[in-house]
Ligand binder design. Structure first.
Ligand code: AMP
Length: 277
């Protein structure tokens, strides 16, 4: 959380990446003023050392000053929960939402299968997301083990407080939901991205989501079986005429500070139905 003490405070991007046994273990991105960097860095190291998939063997921290004129402001996506009975139904529901957002069957199925199998070449989790052509299902990211990381995004203190107040009555005020909502908001702010699909690689956390511009962040309590260590993200993009370097640069380097919270809706029951294509 950024505590602005003076309007002239400089903002830094603080990023952590941890590995274990040669594979991605944990990552975290924040924007912070100088006074908060040491505390946040210590929290990130603690997180990597106490990860549910084991203790980090290598932890890298990066701190970069962000030029004030580079900061964009934005509004958080709306959040809504769709109840599903189990992960199979969750994946069916997620697929239906993706198709409704213009992702073709081939691409939706390839991404779901890819995350389920462990999206990196060695069957482990990737450090970043797959970039999936929404029509052909082809993987477009330059490095399929690393993927593309969305980075340099956060909430203002006022927006974070408001978000936590709205999530708490629904039992959703936890770092998984808050951080994923911020990440999905940044990803969907790229015009080339149609939708995002995610479920965690944390074996204790079975929930996941589909984010689209029309529906916002739709959360499913089950997208994988409990205990499964495989998880990942897919960003579905319009492949035709795509400037891959420009999109990767935008996701990794552009700075988004979210100062407005969207709607935090309740839960509805998923029903299988027709979709747009
Ligand atoms: P998590 O929700 O943190 O358990 O992350 C689940 C998966 O999403 C990871 O294994 C990565 O493949 C991917 N991921 C995590 N953080 C990011 C990010 N900042 N940008 C893109 N992909 C990410």
């Amino acid at each position: 959380m950024i505590i602005f003490r003076f309007m002239s405070d400089s903002i830094y991007s603080l990023r952590m990446h941890a590995n274990r046994q040669g594979s991605h273990l944990s990552g975290c991105e924040r924007l912070a003023v100088a006074q908060d960097l040491e505390r946040l860095a210590a929290e990130m190291v603690g997180r990597a050392l106490r990860h549910p998939r084991g203790r980090a063997e290598q932890i890298r921290l990066s701190v970069d000053l962000v030029p004030t004129e580079a900061i964009r402001h934005g509004r958080l996506l709306d959040l809504h929960t769709l109840h599903v009975d189990d992960y199979r139904q969750g994946r069916q529901a997620a697929r239906q939402l993706l198709l409704g957002a213009g992702v073709q069957v081939l691409a939706a199925d390839a991404a779901i299968a890819g995350i389920a199998q462990g999206a990196a070449v060695n069957g482990c989790s990737m450090r970043g997301a797959m970039l999936v052509d929404a029509v052909t299902g082809a993987r477009l990211e330059a490095d399929p083990s690393r993927g593309v990381r969305a980075s340099r995004m956060d909430l203002t203190p006022a927006a974070e407080g408001e978000l936590r107040r709205r999530l708490a009555p629904r039992g959703l005020d936890n770092p998984h939901v808050r951080e994923a909502l911020v990440l999905a908001t940044k990803v969907l702010s790229a015009p080339q991205v149609l939708a995002e699909l995610c479920w965690s690689d944390d074996p204790d956390y079975t929930a996941g989501y589909v984010a689209t511009r029309d529906r916002g962040y739709v959360r499913f309590p089950h997208l994988k079986p409990l205990g499964d260590e495989r998880g990942g993200r897919a960003f579905f993009v319009r492949g035709a005429g795509l400037d891959l370097d420009a999109l990767s640069g935008f996701l990794e380097h552009s700075v988004l500070l979210i100062d407005e919270v969207g709607e935090i809706g309740g839960t509805s029951i998923w029903k299988e139905g027709p979709c747009a294509n």
